[in-house]
Design a protein. Structure first.
Length: 195
């Protein structure tokens, strides 16, 4: 009789713990705010750099481009300083997501929606440049981190919403992104499992 009660109690505790874990995963409480599957490679994901600058998210255009407003004068490169309160187009460095225009590619809506979850309008984001601060379209090229330290560029690759895109000379995190994409493809997450 005692053994039966112990077994029932152990089963009840296991069920409560499993249910709590299921709820935490489903609500996004264990994954940076979203419930998407994420593959993290063996390489350490870098924390937000100490010299990162704060921006405010104005709009998410697609899975790899946002509009953000500077909170003060912001240097993005030698001789390239943005005045405070200026809204600029930002292209995330080192990644590429499916296009939403002119034709919607498979995974484009999911990538845009995921970036909107990570960077809601009005939220603060931390930005760092690489060697070349702008692309040929005049967009500011940045790596982004959330307030809680999540490396946004990496998270999009890890969840299968983006692929690694190396455009020299901005290659600081190219190896990390390539390794992460390989792991995401192998796990069939995001676009690698649905497109």
């Amino acid at each position: 009789m005692k053994r039966t009660r112990t077994a029932v109690a152990a089963a009840a505790i296991a069920a409560v713990l499993a249910g709590g874990l299921w709820l935490a995963i489903g609500s996004g409480a264990l994954g940076g705010g979203e419930a998407r599957p994420v593959v993290i490679p063996s390489t350490d994901v870098p924390p937000r750099p100490g010299d990162a600058v704060a921006l405010t998210v104005a709009h998410v255009s697609d899975g790899d481009t946002i509009r953000a407003t500077t909170t003060g004068a912001t240097a993005i490169g030698p001789g390239d300083v943005l005045a405070g309160g200026v809204t600029v187009r930002v292209r995330l460095i080192g990644i590429d997501t499916p296009e939403g225009t002119p034709t919607v590619e498979c995974g484009a809506d999911e990538a845009r929606d995921h970036l909107r979850e990570l960077l809601p309008e009005g939220s603060r984001v931390w930005a760092a440049t690489d060697r070349e601060p702008r692309d040929r379209y005049g967009r500011v090229l940045l790596y982004l981190w959330t307030d809680d330290g999540m490396f946004v560029n990496h998270r999009l690759v890890a969840s299968g919403d983006a692929r690694a895109l190396t455009v020299p000379p901005n290659t600081t995190h190219a190896d990390l992104f390539a390794e992460t994409e390989t792991a995401a493809r192998a796990a069939s997450v995001g676009q690698w499992g649905s497109c």
